[in-house]
Design a protein around this ligand. Structure first.
Ligand code: SF4
Ligand code: SF4
Length: 138
């Protein structure tokens, strides 16, 4: 009884563990895994992020001039951090932002569009390889 009274008395002077949200903003952990941010100027186009992404939320489109275009689906992303961890330019080409992940959506338009983007990106690689083969055989 006395012990719990002392404990309660001590707690009066302690800083609360909770915050006065929404007046006080929530502090993110130092390695908070928010939305992925990509920097084309730092990317070396190794495709590692695409290969390691479990839900296939990243895909690169191969342009015929040799450049590649990055695509990212934030609705498919599960914020596992594998792409960032495996990126040779970690925290430069790919970083986790502090932006809260979007809440999952069942909007079919997004997924239909993404399926199309993904399919086209994969096809663009095949087309590029074919055209390179043709060029080399000439
Ligand atoms: S955080 Fe995970 S799910 Fe999201 S893009 Fe990176 S590898 Fe894919
Ligand atoms: S892993 Fe990093 S460097 Fe490689 S393609 Fe992805 S973003 Fe670019």
């Amino acid at each position: 009884m006395f012990k719990s009274f002392v404990e309660s008395f001590k707690n009066i002077f302690k800083k609360p563990l909770t915050i006065d949200y929404p007046k006080e903003p929530i502090k993110r952990a130092s390695r908070y895994r928010g939305l992925i941010v990509y920097d084309v100027n730092e990317c070396i186009f190794c495709d590692k992020c695409e290969k390691v992404c479990p839900p296939k939320a990243i895909v690169f489109h191969q342009n015929m001039d040799g450049t590649k275009k990055y695509h990212y689906n934030e609705y498919l992303c599960i914020f596992c951090g594998e792409c960032v961890r495996n990126c040779p330019k970690i925290d430069l080409a790919l970083t986790h932002s502090e932006i809260k992940p979007s809440i999952g959506t069942m909007d079919d338009k997004i997924f239909t569009h993404w399926r199309q983007t993904y399919k086209e990106a994969k096809q663009s690689r095949i087309d590029y390889k074919e055209s390179k083969k043709k060029d080399n055989s000439l």
